[in-house]
Design a protein around this ligand. Structure first.
Ligand SMILES: [Zn+2]
Length: 453
């Protein structure tokens, strides 16, 4: 029985899908103007585990959008001189590479905002017809006071939030809480023809239109980072339920906790901004994934200088227990691990169980009994997107930061010995592992030299 914490009801609920064996999940995707950072990595990784768990029982449609029209992208284009298309294409490709490195599965559908502008315009027209939106100075705004349930998700007292106002006050707004559905574009800015002149959509309407197109008016789970609850998700609810009626839209709302870096909020101005690419130059993607899953998703995650080191040490322990295991035997995922995940995605408990199994494997002398436990570790690790290398490969490659010159030289000697013994398979394996870790070998008449890629 799967239990999930629903932000909307503020309690743990037994998950029951809207349709028998099908689940629709929407996760707010990245705005593609810059390299994805650690704060982005967290939701995509924890909700990747959710998808894997749901797929055990249900047919899951996992939608994660790409926001490829946004003022941040326009500003990045002005700053760098690159065209908007260049920026969005390049950043989307980087994002996909980062997700692959973290072991995250691709979503079933990855809609792009720019390919759904027609749907957004249609939805805005419906909001105008309902009388909950108004057009003013080529803008269209959602009128928040016309939607009495506004604030139900965040539990926000909107007047209070306004006092701390980070909300844009503009002369064309009837109420300061009103938010933009459509805004005009200058001739240089990207824009689409609409009944309100040439312009572009606001961010919130993008997710409402794309989730409706791909999952329908009502779907099971909407997820994202805590920072999206207000105003983004609150606004999505207002737009979608104003159009499709009360009781529609997402049934369960899931949010991961905030990410801190050495106890502080991560921000460019504090100089503690970490991109996924930065981390991948320090550690294998699996180490980062392991670190992200070691804290329960609803807890704040404090990323310190020791986080990667600890994650690496833990993975080393698990891979040590897998020594000598060849993939010939298969097993089921450990029951306690499934139980832990079904209890609101308790990944730290699941990982603790992996360690328990590893200790068990280390203690067993009987080869076939040991293999059985190892097979269970392998299957359970796979379920979490972990432990997919062989123990040998793991310890040969490690991560780029671990490969100092001494280790590289040692591997080069091992390879030479293997070649002398005509063990070309092993020799090739060493060369490939080094290549994966960013080290290129050059065979010369004077011997083998190496350089970093
Ligand atoms: Zn969204």
């Amino acid at each position: 029985m799967l239990k999930l914490y629903n932000t909307l009801t503020r309690r743990l609920e037994i998950f029951t899908p809207l349709q028998n064996n099908k689940v629709g999940l929407y996760v707010c995707g990245p705005t593609v103007y810059d390299r994805a950072h650690l704060g982005n990595a967290r939701p995509y990784t924890v909700f990747d585990v959710l998808v894997r768990l749901l797929r055990k029982t249900y047919e899951v449609t996992y939608v994660r959008n790409i926001t490829d029209i946004d003022d941040k992208i326009i500003n990045a284009s002005l700053r760098t001189g690159d065209s908007i298309e260049t920026i969005t294409h390049k950043t989307t490709a980087f994002f996909h590479a980062d997700m692959r490195a973290l072991g995250n599965l691709s979503p079933t559908i990855e809609p792009k905002a720019t390919e759904h502008v027609h749907e957004m315009i249609k939805m805005i027209e419906q909001l105008l017809k309902q009388g909950v939106a108004y057009a003013q100075n080529n803008h269209v705004l959602f009128h928040v006071p016309s939607f009495p349930k506004y604030g139900a998700l965040s539990g926000c007292n909107c007047e209070e939030i306004l006092a701390g106002a980070r909300i844009e006050v503009a002369p064309y707004k009837k109420d300061p809480t009103d938010f933009v559905l459509w805004k005009p574009s200058t001739p240089e800015q990207p824009g689409w023809e609409s009944p309100w002149g040439r312009g572009r959509p606001g961010w919130h309407i993008e997710c409402s239109a794309m989730s409706f197109k791909h999952l329908g008016a009502s779907f099971d789970i909407h997820a994202g980072g805590r920072d999206l609850i207000f105003p983004h998700h609150e606004n999505e609810i207002a737009q979608s339920t104003a159009v499709h009626g009360a009781g529609t839209f997402a049934k369960y709302w899931m949010h991961n906790g905030i990410l801190l870096v050495n106890g502080e909020k991560m921000s460019k101005s504090l100089g503690n901004f970490i991109t996924i690419q930065d981390l991948l130059s320090q550690a294998h993607g699996e180490v980062i994934r392991f670190a992200l899953l070691s804290t329960h998703y609803r807890q704040p995650l404090d990323w310190t200088n020791e986080t990667l080191i600890q994650a690496k040490a833990s993975l080393n322990r698990l891979y040590t227990a897998m020594e000598g295991f060849k993939d010939e035997s298969s097993s089921q995922v450990d029951g306690s691990i499934i139980d832990a995940l079904q209890d609101d995605l308790n990944t730290p408990l699941a990982i603790a169980r992996l360690h328990e199994l590893a200790r068990e494997a280390n203690k067993i002398n009987d080869p076939s009994a040991k293999k059985e436990v190892q097979a269970k570790i392998k299957a359970s690790g796979a379920f979490l997107g972990l432990l997919q290398s062989s123990s040998e490969t793991w310890f040969q490659t490690g991560s780029p930061q671990d490969l100092n010159s001494e280790m590289i030289e040692t591997l080069i000697i091992k390879r030479r010995v293997a070649r002398e013994n005509k063990d070309f398979k092993i020799a090739d394996q060493i060369r490939l592992s080094l290549e994966e870790a960013g080290i290129l070998l050059l065979d010369t008449p004077q011997g083998t030299t190496w350089r970093r890629k």
